[in-house]
Design a protein around this ligand. Sequence first.
Ligand code: ADP
Ligand code: MG
Ligand code: ZN
Length: 606
Amino acid sequence: MKSLIKNFLIFLIIFLIISGVFSLLGSQNKRIQEISLNELVQEIQDELVQKITIEENRLNILLIDQTQQITFKEENESLVELLNNYGVSPEKLSKLSLVVKSMRGRNTFFNIIFPLLIPLLLLVGLIYFFSKQVKGAGMQAFKFGESKARKVNPQDKKVKTTFKDVAGVQEAKEELKEIVDFLKNPKKYILLGAKIPKGVLLVGPPGCGKTLLARAVAGEANTPFFHISGSEFIELFVGVGASRVRDLFTKAKKNLPAILFIDELDAVGRQRGAGLGGSHDEREQTLNQILVELDGFEPNIGLIVLAATNRPDILDPALLRPGRFDRKIILDLPDIKGRESILKIHARGKPLDQKVDLRKIAERTPGFTGADLESLLNEASILSAKINKKKIGVKEILESIERVLLGPERKSHILSKKEKQIVAFHEAGHAIVSHVLPGCDPIQKISIISRGQAAGYTLSIPEQEKFLKTKSEFLDNLSALLGGYVAEEETFGQVTTGAANDLRRVTQLARKLVTEYGMSKVLGPRTFGEKEEMIFLGREITERRDYSEEFAEIIDKEVSSFIKLCYDKTRNILQKNKAKLEEIAQFLLKKETLEKKTFIKIMSKK
Ligand code: ADP
Ligand code: MG
Ligand code: ZN
């Protein structure tokens, strides 16, 4: 229907423009010859003229042989007088017929309507053009409350995702299977008086497969799946989000049993009243509407609301109350087994070299999310294709791991000889301190090739995944972070800006030890600073002071003393290992990279 009107509009515009152009051309199309007044006078003297039609200053001349001519006179001058002045005798004049025509009658179309029509047409054309251009934002202004929810039909084979496509989140899958089972056989549960949760919240870091898992639920359950992202609720006009929510729930309720999935719930579900200015009014209304809708249907009618967020800490507590999103499913970063199985899924359709061992890759990628692993394999296949390999090799995969971690190599980033030296000593400093201290992860690789932001880098990978860290491990990490700074200082007598990023991390980490982990003996087991979300002019202000000025001073002192402690330790280590530092730096200057094996060989020399 809409497109019909649109097509008609286009047609109308084109038609009007064409007919306008033609009528303009048409009036001049008869090849009328323009002559001068003198020539006209001559023609009258020769008695060639049959008729003159006067239209204001325009004289249309019809000759006896029926040719048409045209000439102009001054606007307010009478033709008769004019001809008199030119010496045309009254008899000659009486032989031709003079017709005076008022402009007003004939030319209303050209003089009044046409000038109005052109801008009008332009306006219509412009509006049409813009409405096409700004479809995303502009037109939505006209489509107000309609939700943009996408419906995925169970019959749609192409987009079908199932639990098989999700790996490494076993517990989450088990819990969701229960829900799928309910949607498939609701009677079984209802007969036993079970109440299936209405709202299920998927919580986990970005890229760990929340959206993927929700899609898999839809694919498994064979029910319609309504999908909308929280950020889509936030609109130009207050109230639009709320009406979208209403619309979404209405649609889902018409298609029971159904799953309704709100992705990125935190975009609307932030704590109410925490914002200053900005769009928080709109968000509040949208959030309220979600709460109303969640309360507005009975459990067990076959509607299940799934939501995903990576910031459960900032969600409004009202969302988490019983009867709303009361079931939480946590998705963690995948462990080594999880990573291996995720790699297996994404290695489908990618020919891998025989030497590639997915287990080994999983070992080297702690902290990678599912999305990281996917992009790792993708990068590797691109790299292999670039050098015309038929299969993806180990080398490409190792290179891709570093790419995903630090960004692509920047070979064009050319350092001067002096700078190279500084970077080499800096990285060697990190590596040696990490190696000596037991709390640090083993060194995998050292490089002085620029990557992303870093001029050089030292990769260390934990032997085993850790969930808890001790104070001494943190302190060792602090020392290792300071390794670059101290190495520069010890070798060159001064430091460069290359250590700035390390120092920021050192300070942040030391502060956390004191204010979050209670690892300072002086301050004891308490935290400092309340994490709070405030949006002020688009910026998040995240800490609120819940301690006095005196404590602030002590915290600063403690942070500094932690750093000083680690700094001294680092200096001590590097002074003792001066020869090794030199050797590793020289190796790096020659070869640019240093792998684990060679590094250990150098370090274990007497
Ligand atoms: P989230 O919504 O948690 O931010 P997504 O579900 O959008 O993350 O994940 C992004 C992509 O990463 C997915 O499309 C998928 O290809 C891959 N991925 C993430 N986690 C997994 C997993 N557990 N198993 C398989 N693939 C995964
Ligand atoms: Mg997502
Ligand atoms: Zn550094």
